[in-house]
Design a protein around this ligand. Structure first.
Ligand code: KG4
Ligand code: ZN
Length: 334
């Protein structure tokens, strides 16, 4: 049975997991830095890399202990190569290389988004390619055809802010905590989408744009302040969430229909959003809509392990010259 140790350190979570065939998790450990970054309203890259350095050894040790395995029992070490914050990525990549070298194990480099796209297999091992993937995180928003393991064709992506970034920036303007997505989802529960904030439709493409929405919300808040008018944060949150969700859902469903896919997979941190699940399913009742539990939507090492299983099976190994890449190009095939 294949046993892979996977390490993820691209942003603000130091994570390690041990996974075996059939997407069975033997352990899944995470040290979150969110409380540290909350003090600053967002991720501070320099602090993030130092936190990873503190956490990586205990997190990996814990993952091996929980799995009841020694390094020598493993078949490979997998790590997120990019994209992400370079100082953060370097901690995971350097440590994974050192471990693999010391234990004489093969090294597997995983693209962070390939991890997100493969996360649904952790809870739905019966899921089969091909499917339509809506990949929405704090740094990427794209619509892709997941054709087979390792083959993802990009149909469109955000031309400016990612959907998660829009949630984070709007939440910050509303005085809500970082990360903004869960905070807006929570606030929206007691609000109504009474404000008609704009969604950029960019007709004829599967591209997104969220910077106009962010400006519209900021202008709205400034105007209200200048006029001394009050507003309900919950209503603004519900309206902003609606403006983001409707365009994501609509484009994902349109793409699935155009390319005749019967399964839509929601992936990335924003895929934890309940309004998004409901909207996609209600727009496409005939389709299977799959999304991971929230802990597998946001950054985690289990998803890196899930993608690594495929790479192990295909014999796709990295050598010890592996370097972290902040802007690792999308592996999406044309
Ligand atoms: O995938 P992820 O953990 O990190 C990146 O790869 O960027 O995504 C983080 C993003 C953040 O912008 C966060 O606000 C958003 O995912 N997010 C959500 C929710 N949970 C996390 N957005 C909307 N609704 C949520 N429930
Ligand atoms: Zn991510």
């Amino acid at each position: 049975m294949v046993k892979i140790l996977a390490i993820e350190s691209s942003c603000d979570e130091t994570a390690a997991a041990v996974i075996t065939d059939g997407y069975q998790l033997l352990s899944n450990v995470e040290a979150t830095q969110i409380p540290v970054h909350q003090l600053y309203g967002g991720v501070v890259p320099e602090i993030a890399s130092r936190e990873h350095l503190n956490a990586v050894v205990p997190v990996v040790r814990r993952a091996l202990l929980d799995a009841n395995l020694a390094l020598a029992d493993l078949d490979a070490v997998a790590v997120t190569q990019g994209p992400g914050l370079i100082g953060s990525l370097l901690v995971g990549v350097s440590y994974a290389k050192a471990l693999a070298f010391a234990a004489g194990l093969p090294l597997i480099a995983v693209h962070h988004l390939e991890g997100h796209i493969n996360a649904p297999f952790l809870e739905h091992p019966e899921l089969e390619f091909p499917y339509l993937a809506l990949v929405v995180s704090g740094s990427h928003s794209g619509v892709a055809l997941a054709e087979k393991p390792g083959y993802y064709k990009l149909l469109g992506q955000s031309r400016d802010d990612a959907a998660g970034e829009a949630f984070d920036k709007i939440a910050r303007a509303l005085g809500l905590t970082y990360p903004g997505g869960p905070a807006i989802q929570q606030a929206a529960l007691t609000g109504e989408p009474v404000y008609d904030f704009p969604s950029a439709w960019l007709e004829g493409t599967y591209d997104f744009s969220f910077s106009g929405l962010k400006s519209a919300v900021l202008n709205f808040l400034n105007q209200k302040q200048m006029k001394g008018e009050t507003y309900r944060v919950a209503d603004v949150a519900a309206s902003a969430q609606e403006a983001i969700v409707r365009v994501l859902a609509e484009k994902a469903v349109r793409a699935a229909r155009e390319y005749e896919r019967d399964t839509i997979v929601l992936a990335g941190g924003v895929a934890a959003n309940q309004a998004l699940h409901e909207r996609v399913q209600s727009l496409a009742p005939e389709m299977r809509v799959i999304y991971p539990s929230p802990k597998f939507c946001t950054d985690n090492a289990a998803m890196i392990g899930a993608a690594a299983l495929g790479k192990f099976a295909r014999g796709e190994f990295a050598d010890f010259s592996l370097n972290a890449e902040a802007n690792l190009p999308l592996y999406f095939y044309a």
